[in-house]
Design a protein around this ligand. Structure first.
Ligand SMILES: *[C@@H]1O[C@H](CO)[C@@H](O)[C@H](O)[C@H]1NC(C)=O
Length: 308
């Protein structure tokens, strides 16, 4: 049983995070309009996400770390922290997928959401004050879940316009809903929309496995504590040459890869429980791959200069 103090702290944090969502979404509304004016609307969700993360971090102190073996190019694309630069063009568009455990995944989106990418969302969210307005203005792909034929049509037009024509990536949680720690690993079968989109646009699928966060955040126990969530970006899966008929097999393949990676990652790291593993990440994202290999960082800087 959580004590009264634990409960109070939990609710105070929840109120702060709600306020941070409102502030970020309001910023996002303005940013979407201003960026659209400069033909850079594709940066709206990225900058809004980062703002939310940096507002939330001082209170939650939950960071993220790419583990060894994560696809380096994409780890860099996802951890990009320069506000204006584009991203390496050759990495996008792509369909980014990850497992969805809890509300904490919004924090993850904030930290790793790449430039020129869009979330997908159920259509009803459009009407939520602030958040929905921001989503609508920033180019979210809304999917109508109640009407599967309409949804397939939206997916095709999204594949065509967002992904192919404007070179914009898409981020999806293919489980369709939060697993809520009810199952170990993934809720399967994964919803097929993400795979149809990737195949239709003939662009790669980039799965991201997220470590088990139940030791950092458990709403049923009114518990949230500092730590580091481990991420593994799996090697992108090309879809060139695949057709509709290949989608079921593709989905199963990704399911298996993600399941395996999630199992391998295990639990997230609780601050203080692992020697020297807390608080040395200033902005809450350690990228050992980049840190250890300075040469690569230089390359990245050169790359960013090129892209700007
Ligand atoms: C995470 O761990 C909890 C507690 O052990 C477990 O109930 C849950 O199924 C796990 N979730 C995932 C996604 O592995």
């Amino acid at each position: 049983m959580p004590t009264a103090l634990q409960k109070t702290i939990f609710y105070l944090k929840a109120i702060y995070i709600t306020a941070a969502v409102i502030v970020s979404a309001s910023y996002g509304v303005v940013a979407s309009i201003v960026l659209a004016f400069f033909r850079r609307r594709g940066l709206a969700q990225y900058t809004t996400g980062r703002l939310f993360y940096y507002l939330a971090y001082p209170v939650l102190r939950i960071g993220f770390r790419f583990v060894d073996g994560a696809s380096e190019n994409y780890a860099r694309y996802l951890s990009s922290s320069s506000w204006w630069s584009g991203s390496p063009e050759f990495l996008r568009p792509c369909v980014i997928l990850s497992n969805h455990q809890s509300a904490l995944d919004v924090l993850m989106l904030g930290r790793i959401f790449p430039p020129y990418c869009s979330v997908t969302s159920k259509a009803s969210l459009r009407w939520v004050p602030f958040l929905g307005w921001f989503m609508a203005l920033s180019g979210t792909v809304f999917l109508d879940r109640t009407n599967s034929r309409a949804s397939v049509a939206t997916l095709s037009s999204a594949a065509d316009s967002v992904l192919a024509r404007s070179q914009q990536s898409v981020f999806m949680f293919p489980e369709g809903t939060r697993s809520g720690f009810k199952v170990p690993g993934l809720l399967t079968p994964l919803k097929r929309g993400a795979f149809h989109m990737a195949v239709q646009a003939q662009i790669p699928i980039v799965p991201i496995a997220v470590s088990n966060t139940s030791n950092l955040f458990d709403p049923s126990k009114k518990m949230v504590r500092p730590g580091t969530i481990k991420l593994k970006v799996l090697d992108p899966i090309p879809t060139e040459g695949l057709t509709r008929e290949d989608v079921p097999q593709l989905a199963i393949k990704v399911e298996q890869m993600l399941e395996e990676a999630i199992k391998e990652l295990g639990y997230s790291e609780v601050s203080g429980q692992i020697d020297g593993d807390d608080d040395d990440d200033q902005d809450g994202l350690e990228t050992p791959l980049v840190q250890q290999q300075q040469q690569q960082q230089q390359q990245l800087e050169q790359l960013e200069q090129l892209v700007v």
